[in-house]
Design a protein around this ligand. Structure first.
Ligand code: NAP
Ligand code: ZN
Ligand code: ZN
Length: 343
């Protein structure tokens, strides 16, 4: 067993402690983690941590390969790599066969808080200096992408990329992005680069300047009835990144006839007024993360279009501050931790 240093939750606070990493299997690579984004999912995980499970958050990171297992051919020591929120899947089910490892029928192995398929241990995440991962689930980081600003592509980016692609977004599509945070700002960049006409749906007009700079056409202010009334039935696709359970009705009202609202991520049970779907034959869908092929395509597209996250880079020692500020919505638009302070 090897060891590294990671930010482990004790109750709801994080502490730098030695954590175990497995010895390399034949198809594993060891990665020196340089940069890891701070996702709202990390906040959910830390804030709801009951102390029973070992929790080291972090599931969108970039770094450099330091060692490879004997069967690894795709990577060599020194290669820049990127890892997201899934580190294994069964590889056999119809979802895996379709390249949708994120929907694996046996449930994909999550980067942290998951159960390793081979030894049953709990996976520990990227808020750490080293990660050991099966080679298939690491991606070469394309040259030209800044490794710190590219880290959030691996969760925030792919989670909005897949629904945008699956819903056929392209030139002429009217896309709305609700919640201008980590996922939302990348959704705006991707949709704009795909040629869509993009609007942001935000709680205030404060971010109108940023929205325009990111590629949005305008902002619909969700708290202003005049603004939402003017945008009624307007969008072919609405990507909803709001991180708390809420009434989808006002957002379905913004969707055009035969259009689709994609509620990304997991919010538990929600109640939907079917009349909000009936009037306009509207569709409600969801998604989370992405398959390996989609992730590779997303990285390629990002490199071709020069897309990375807008980040605030902090030494990992300031992780508590990052989580507190994320909880307050005080982030433009993703915190990324620099793990080099872990030695
Ligand atoms: N694999 C997956 O399925 C997956 C992956 C990543 C994230 N997620 C989930 O996706 C969600 C978004 O994550 P994120 O990292 O983008 O979060 P984030 O950076 O905090 O952004 C969320 C945005 O939603 C809006 N918002 C926040 N609180 C709100 C409230 N109480 N009511 C209405 N709007 C609110 C804010 O935008 P405005 O200020 O513009 O209103 C905020 O910037 C989270 O639930 C996360 O767990 C899922
Ligand atoms: Zn995430
Ligand atoms: Zn599977």
């Amino acid at each position: 067993m090897r060891s590294t240093t990671g930010w482990q939750a004790r109750g709801t606070t994080l502490h730098a402690v030695p954590i175990p990493r497995r010895d390399l299997r034949h198809d594993d690579i060891a990665v020196r983690v340089d940069f890891c984004g701070v996702c709202h999912t990390d906040l959910h995980a830390v804030r709801s941590h009951n102390g029973e499970d070992v929790l080291v958050p972090g599931h969108e990171f970039t770094g450099v390969v330091t060692e490879v297992g004997p069967d690894v051919t795709a990577f060599r020591a020194g290669d820049p790599v990127a890892v997201g929120n899934i580190v294994d899947s069964c590889g056999l089910c119809t979802m895996c066969a379709a390249g949708q490892e994120n929907f694996c029928r046996e449930f994909p192995t999550l980067t942290y808080g998951g159960t390793d398929r081979r030894d049953g241990t709990t996976t520990l995440g990227g808020f750490s200096r080293e990660y050991v991962v099966r080679d298939r689930f690491a991606h070469p980081l394309p040259a030209g992408l800044d490794p710190a600003a590219a880290a959030p592509l691996m969760c925030a980016g792919i989670t909005v990329w897949e629904p945008l692609r699956a819903l056929g977004v392209g030139p002429g599509t009217r896309v709305a992005v609700a919640g201008l945070g980590g996922l939302g700002h990348l959704a705006v960049k991707f949709a704009a680069a795909m040629g869509a006409e993009v609007s942001v749906v935000s709680r205030s007009a404060d971010r109108a300047g940023d929205a325009a700079r990111l590629g949005a056409h305008d902002v619909v202010v969700s708290t202003d009835p005049d603004s939402t009334a003017a945008a009624r039935d307007r969008f072919d696709v609405l990507i909803n990144t709001i991180p708390v359970p809420h009434d989808l009705g006002p957002y379905l009202n913004l969707v055009a006839m035969d259009g689709t609202l994609s509620q990304v991520g997991y919010l538990g049970s929600l109640t939907v007024e079917t009349m909000d779907l009936l009037l306009g034959r509207k569709k409600l869908t969801s998604g989370g993360s992405g398959g390996l092929a989609a992730t590779a395509a997303m990285l390629e597209f990002s490199a071709a279009h020069g897309i990375t996250a807008d980040i605030e880079l902090l030494p990992s020692g300031r992780v508590t501050e990052a989580l507190d500020r994320l909880a307050r919505g005080d982030v433009r638009y993703r915190f990324v931790l620099d793990l080099s302070d872990l030695g």
